[in-house]
Design a protein. Structure first.
Length: 263
């Protein structure tokens, strides 16, 4: 039983991490970052600052050249392939382009992780869980038997999110969820992220994004990367009040200050 008097360990802890792909240049160079459990945290930064590299380390797709990457109290870099496969059941990922299987229906796409990882379930149980996840993200049942090409971009995002939620993950990762979307669809996805986070007790949400307006409007915490390190980690208000010149420039050029944040 967890002692409420003891501080919770972070969902993700990165300590003194360095990453090089060629043995010379470091994409990540001495990064330290702790993402609190139960938070919605946005990771932002200029292109090439290592946002996607950090995400892939957290998913166990990359291993650090030096340092520690700890996810849910586990050093993911020390796991073998089978251990990582099992451990990833605790993650959900909404990819940039939704990454749905073109030849599978909406329902089949959401069933896929259950078929792969929950072989103890009978097919009616699998379909029941997938149906419930699709309803949770607001997709009407009349679309369940359609292929991804037969539904709108917003419906594809909802399907991708339902699939990410299929295994009831402890951490939900969003990889540039609004890239290439129009303003209306961007707002819909932002609201969907907030609603999903608020309605799933204890889940940790991590959003890698270039969309500063969304990051400062919906996130509890923001981590700004620069030169392979975390330049600033804090609340949106910490960023608005920062005296770090690069942060001030990034905030002022990349977004219009939003006074009223999403509740």
């Amino acid at each position: 039983m967890t002692d409420p008097a003891q501080p919770q360990r972070p969902a993700i802890r990165i300590k003194d991490m360095r990453k090089t792909f060629d043995g010379k240049d470091y994409v990540i160079d001495g990064m330290n970052l702790e993402i609190p459990r139960g938070s919605l945290t946005a990771v932002i930064g200029f292109s090439g600052t290592g946002k996607s590299v950090i995400l892939k380390h957290c998913l166990g797709l990359y291993q650090p050249s030096e340092g520690l990457v700890e996810v849910l109290d586990q050093d993911i870099s020390k796991m073998d392939r089978d251990e990582i496969t099992v451990f990833r059941r605790r993650f959900g990922v909404l990819f940039q382009g939704s990454a749905l299987f073109d030849d599978m229906t909406v329902l089949e796409n959401v069933c896929f992780p259950l078929v792969e990882h929950r072989r103890d379930l009978k097919m009616p149980e699998t379909i029941g869980i997938a149906t419930e996840k699709l309803r949770q993200v607001g997709l009407d049942e009349r679309h369940f038997q359609k292929l991804p090409s037969q539904i709108s971009g917003g419906m594809q995002k909802r399907t991708g999110l339902a699939r990410a939620l299929a295994l009831d993950p402890d951490i939900l990762f969003y990889d540039e969820p609004t890239t290439g979307l129009d303003p209306i669809l961007t707002e819909m996805v932002d609201n969907l992220i907030v609603e999903t986070h608020q309605h799933r007790a204890g889940i940790t949400s991590v959003m890698v994004s270039h969309d500063l307006d969304a990051a400062f409007r919906i996130a509890d915490y923001v981590a700004m990367l620069n030169a392979g390190k975390v330049l600033l980690f804090g609340t949106p208000e910490d960023f608005f009040n920062s005296e770090i010149e690069l942060v001030k420039r990034f905030v002022s050029k990349g977004m219009k200050r939003t006074v009223e944040r999403t509740p």
